[in-house]
Design a protein around this ligand. Sequence first.
Ligand code: T5A
Length: 209
Amino acid sequence: MMQKPQFVTLEGVEGAGKSTQKQVVCELLASRDIPFVETREPGGSLHAEQIRELLLAPSETPPSDLCELLLMFAARADHIEQTVQPALARGHWVICDRFTDATYAYQGGGRALPAAWIETLERLVHPTFGPDTTILFDVPVDVGLARATQRGTLDRIESEDRAFFERVRASYHAQAASEPARYVVVDATPNADDVSQSLRETLTARWFS
Ligand code: T5A
């Protein structure tokens, strides 16, 4: 059995089912008495949660794209220092809803900011640290947006247009293809129970066999 605590991130377009399936990951760990911490980005620490509010609140005057990018990494710096690294040091796994891959997908893909800017900030904020496993919940944009819309009010970023989310999804595909050892790609189109079953089998084989 794998002993070192793992840093696990969940990614996908809006409405892919990350929050729903995060429970499956947590139940899998709990059933094996593995201690873990659940967290999210942007957010996951006191100051990062305050930045999250700034980032996601609907606004008639949205922040500039560069401001949005810098705030994502400002929140991340605090989250890593206050929450993620202390948990791993205590021997807890960390299950995190989104991380830097989301910045490449949303600010790099969606907003078309240069990847070099994101790489520079990544080297500054977490030069030697990153996820051990990233689970990409892959779903066609129309399906994800329909689910997110049905669930309720959309936040500022969720309110972007379809083309934005097609670029986000394409970026995730490219990232998964470039790091196949770290990425687990799950088809999130079927009903939630079928996605859970497939996820459980894949993660059990990856971590515990
Ligand atoms: N962001 C984040 C950036 O731009 N850059 C960054 O660096 C980071 C870190 C907040 C926003 O910030 C952006 C991305 C986001 O826009 P978030 O808090 O993770 O990120 O919020 P969302 O991605 O918007 O999370 P959602 O809650 O919308 O999506 P989930 O978690 O993927 O979906 P979930 O589980 O809530 O499901 C949505 C609905 O669909 C249903 C659920 O019951 C729910 O009603 N559902 C299904 N229905 C049918 N079949 C299935 N298989 C289903 N699975 C779930």
